[in-house]
Each structure stands twice: as C-alpha cells, then as structure tokens.
Design a protein around this ligand. Structure first.
Ligand code: TMP
Length: 223
C-alpha cells in the first residue's frame, strides 16, 4: 500500500526492553514535533483488547490449542490494521506497534511449531498490504530477559509461563527471521545500556527516513 505515514514495529522475546525503547522513541519524536500513534498487539481496538484478555489472562483461554491461538492473534491484527493502522498511515501519521505479524511467525510458527506455510498465509490474510516500513528486533540473552521480566511482573500470563526451551526457540526464531529479512528488520543488541540501544534505534530510523527525527543543529546553541 502506498501511504505517506511511517509504520514501525518492535519485536523480541519477553524482557527484551521493548516498552522502554518505545517510550524513549516516542519522546524523541514528540521533541521533533511529531505525535506518534502507539499501539500494542494483541489489542489496540475494543475487540482486540477482549481477544488479548482471552489469550493472556482469562481462565477460558487456558485450554486454547496452538491453532486457535494463531487465529485469535490474527483476528486481533486484522481488526487493528483496518480500524486503526491503515487510516492513521493514510493520514500521514507515524505508527509504532509493540509487536505485529513477526510475533506470529516466531511464537506460533517457530516456538509452537505450526507449519510456517500456515503462519505466512494467515499473516498475509490478516495484514493485506499493510507491512511495517521498519521493524526492530530487540535481542537479549535469556538470563537478562528473565531478570527484566521478573522485575516488571508480579503475575505471569499464559505465554510467560511457558518453559525456558520455548523462549530459547523464540530468540532463535527472531535471529533467523532478522537474517532472512534484512531490508525491513534491524537487529538491535538490547543488552547494551538503555541509552545506547535507543541511539541505535534512532540511527536506523534516520538511515531509512533522513528527516524524520530533528535534532537541533549544533550551532543553534547559544555560546
Ligand atoms: P506482551 O504484550 O506483554 O508482549 O504480550 C504479548 C504476548 O503474546 C507475548 O507473550 C507474545 C505473544 N504473542 C504471540 O504469541 N503471537 C503474536 O502474534 C503476538 C502479537 C503476541
């Protein structure tokens, strides 16, 4: 789809620091006079938030099969794309989503071992031509991720309760996907200091959209 906005997605395993980096990026954009639209998946619409609850916290979701889980993530995304993302991009906005279709490729396709042909087909049906312009995969080692996750949560959701091998598969899945998709996906070492990770993200955005983030010219500062 041709649009005048810019669509950025953040991906990575639990505890990779996505929320912090999205907050810092949004602060930088606002300082450049841009009001970004911040979204999360699953969710971001009234029906999507209900699906999120079923997928993560509701007792009714405990027995979901991998196939039903895949379709519910896709349903939330299909709604979000048409109700929110497409109109915002058409209006020229910068849209930032905490997770998008790559989460399905990796969590359901790799970690849940659903045939990747199915995840690709269902992702394609859900998003149509609305692909991210730029995707950041934030990579951290599992020990760091576990530490960050337990610091930020008092109660684990259905997926966070998966065994360590599941999250190893998620991490390897993202690394492989980043390698296969170099034009869109930028792999970021998120075990660095928060501000270094943030700088790497800003540099990658500037490389793709040179004038998006304005920093005051050095000579604009009073002596
Ligand atoms: P989060 O918003 O805290 O990252 O939680 C979302 C959870 O859902 C996380 O465990 C990743 C998982 N997920 C999938 O398994 N597939 C998907 O397509 C999406 C969007 C998320």
């Amino acid at each position: 789809m041709s649009h005048s906005g810019f669509f950025i997605t953040f991906e990575g395993s639990e505890g990779c620091g996505k929320s912090t980096q999205i907050r810092l990026l949004a602060d930088h954009l606002r300082a450049s006079g841009i009001d970004p639209l911040l979204l999360r998946e699953p969710g971001g619409t009234p029906s999507g938030e209900a699906i999120r609850h079923l997928l993560q916290h509701a007792p009714e979701g405990e027995a979901l099969t991998a196939e039903a889980e895949l379709l519910l993530f896709a349903a939330s995304r299909a709604q979000l794309v048409r109700e929110v993302v497409q109109p915002a991009l058409a209006a020229g906005r910068i849209v930032i989503s905490d997770r998008f279709m790559d989460s399905t490729t990796v969590y359901q396709g790799v970690a849940r071992r659903i045939d990747p042909a199915h995840t690709a087909q269902i992702n394609g049906f859900a998003v149509g031509s609305t692909l991210p312009d730029l995707t950041f995969v934030l990579d951290v080692d599992r020990a760091t991720a576990r530490r960050r996750m337990s610091a930020s949560r008092d109660k684990l959701d259905r997926i966070e309760r998966e065994p360590e091998a599941f999250f190893d598969a998620v991490r390897q899945g993202y690394l492989a996907l980043a390698k296969e998709t170099p034009g869109r996906i930028v792999l970021i070492d998120a075990s660095q200091l928060v501000e270094d990770t943030s700088r790497a993200i800003l540099e990658a955005i500037t490389a793709k959209r040179p004038n998006l983030i304005r920093t005051p010219p050095a000579d604009a500062c009073p002596p």
